[in-house]
Ligand binder design. Structure first.
Ligand SMILES: NC(=O)C1=CN([C@@H]2O[C@H](COP(=O)(O)OP(=O)(O)OC[C@H]3O[C@@H](n4cnc5c(N)ncnc54)[C@H](OP(=O)(O)O)[C@@H]3O)[C@@H](O)[C@H]2O)[C@@H](O)CC1
Ligand SMILES: [K+]
Length: 494
């Protein structure tokens, strides 16, 4: 089981292409399926102990993985049952099914077990499951009590649509999941759109999802990610590369003996009508490790290390400034507009956040000749780039190209995109980040990184990492002030 930090993220088509490349070199689909099923079995065996395992198998290769896992688990001495939605359709799944010598129950009639393994659908799911009735065995009285043969569905038994409610695929999956103590999904919880991150049908929430060969967008994008639980990668011997990767901890150098405040990066934060927001950004930058932070505007208060300076073109013209944050608490009035204009023409690398995003359009941003990082949340993103049904990765990528800026598309599944197509996606953001001021803290943290001289994508990634890690360390009910302070622990943990 591999931790997914830093791993490539592949769409369903990219995963198929990676598998095809291996198959073209003479490795059979059956071999890949055997690797997948065997790896799954070993994980399940470790977690299940002596408890009974129920594996739910679908018609495609995801189901095939399930049959292999069942066989290997049985060979290891585990108590394992298999329930199928329908007969296997693919050649590899048929062959895997043939390798399972036990009974195959129907999904509609399977009794619960303490451990369930969902191998119903993986990357091949193309439509919602809700409407799909679960086939049951329509039996004549003479057939009553007959069991499925160990080699497949007996001839003459018909698959008939079941009634509503629990007898849909989703209903049965929820029923069995609710009754289980441990829920494990093979590749993806059944019902998720691999690339879109949408729940085509709402699956149960799993404890563990075993990604096969590569991480997929649905493991990270919301709402799909919330159904996956912990995500671990299983290696099936398919080499993968992608421009999209899971965000990993940054490598940040600590100050050396010859460091001074300016070598560690000087950040200027422009204040506006809501001084609390720019204060938070400035404090966050200091706690993320900036050497010198100056707040430009008419503000007052601690910390004493923060250099508060009235806003002026002269203050902005300081060529020691390594980066400029504008937007937190800026407002949208005339003063805001003139400060934004001054920032845009100051020639400093920019982090553009909050209100500043509402005062700009993509063409203006693209015309800037300095490194730019945009940090919109969903509302700001829609306002700047328009609404769209495309997935979040595609939207972030297109926005980065359109503006020639690094775009940090914030949310529970923050996507960071660079104009050259590279993408990083943060996993497992704390739900407690949904509180006022946390976006200001992020802008400051990223500002510290950009001021320190990191490349814009690296700066954005480092800021997002520190922000997410600080939140994880704080646990529940923190406020943005706590978050800014906790950046110090996150920085110290690197
Ligand atoms: N390729 C490889 O080398 C390897 C692949 N591996 C594994 O394969 C998985 C991908 O396999 P897959 O492509 O067969 O797709 P899968 O998710 O099993 O489902 C497809 C089936 O579902 C059906 N179907 C779709 N939607 C439906 C719906 N709403 N309701 C009902 N049916 C629906 C669809 O029918 P159709 O749309 O064609 O009518 C088709 O029959 C992947 O996640 C990984 O686990 C590993 O073994 C390693 C080697
Ligand atoms: K599955």
């Amino acid at each position: 089981m591999i931790d997914i930090e830093g791993q490539p993220i592949l769409t369903a088509a990219e995963m198929r292409a990676a598998e095809d490349a291996v198959i073209a070199c003479g490795v059979s689909v059956e071999t890949l399926m055997n690797r997948a099923g065997t790896a799954i079995a070993h994980v399940v065996r470790r977690l299940a102990g002596v408890n009974e395992v129920l594996i739910l198998c679908g018609p495609g290769n995801n189901g095939g993985d399930g049959y292999v896992a069942a066989r290997v688990l049985a060979e290891m001495g585990a108590t394992v049952r298999v329930a199928a939605l329908s007969k296997p359709k693919t050649a590899a799944a048929k062959s895997a099914r043939a390798g399972w010598s036990g009974v195959v129950e129907t999904l509609a009639e399977a009794k619960p077990a303490p451990i369930i393994v969902d191998a119903l659908f993986g990357t091949g799911l193309t439509r919602p499951l809700d409407a799909e009735p679960v086939p049951t065995l329509s039996r004549s009285p003479a057939d009553a009590g007959a069991q499925l043969s160990s080699k497949g569905y007996p001839d003459g038994l018909l698959c008939a649509p079941a009634s509503a409610g629990e007898q849909t695929v989703v209903g049965r999956l929820h029923f069995l999941a609710n009754a289980a103590q441990l829920r494990i999904a093979v590749d993806l919880p059944s019902g998720l759109g691999t690339d879109s991150g949408q729940a085509l049908s709402k699956p149960p929430v799993f404890n563990l999802t075993l990604a096969l060969g590569a991480v997929k967008p649905a493991h990270l994008l919301q709402p799909a990610a919330r159904y996956c639980g912990h995500i671990r990668l299983l290696d099936i011997g398919v080499p993968t590369t992608s421009q999209a990767e899971v965000l990993k901890p940054p490598t940040l150098a600590n100050p050396g003996p010859d460091a001074h405040k300016y070598t560690r990066g000087m950040l200027a934060v422009i204040a506006g009508i809501m001084s609390g927001a720019s204060d938070l950004a400035a404090l966050a930058a200091m706690r993320a490790g900036a050497g010198y932070v100056t707040l430009l505007g008419d503000t007052a208060g601690p910390p004493h290390a923060l250099v508060r300076t009235p806003f002026s073109d002269h203050a902005l013209a300081n060529d020691r400034i390594g980066a400029l944050v504008i937007g937190p608490g800026l407002g949208r009035d005339g003063i805001a507009r003139s400060r934004l204009e001054a920032a845009l023409t100051s020639n400093h690398p920019l982090i553009i956040d909050g209100d500043a995003l509402r005062l700009l359009d993509p063409e203006r941003i693209k015309a800037l000749k300095v490194p730019v990082i945009l940090t919109p949340h969903a509302g700001e993103f829609d306002a700047l780039f328009g609404k769209s049904d495309a997935d979040k990765i595609t939207r972030a990528r297109e926005a980065a190209v359109l503006t020639n800026a690094v775009v940090v598309f914030k949310g529970a599944d923050t996507v960071i995109a660079a104009p050259d197509g590279r993408v990083r996606i943060a996993q497992g953001a704390s739900d407690w980040l949904s509180t006022a001021g946390t976006g200001d803290v992020l802008a400051g943290a990223i500002g510290a990184m950009l001021a320190a001289g990191l490349d814009p994508l690296d700066a954005a990634c480092a800021g997002v990492w520190l922000h997410g890690d600080a939140a994880r360390r704080l646990g529940p009910a923190f406020i943005a002030d706590d978050l800014a302070e906790a950046l110090r622990s996150a920085r110290g943990a690197l």
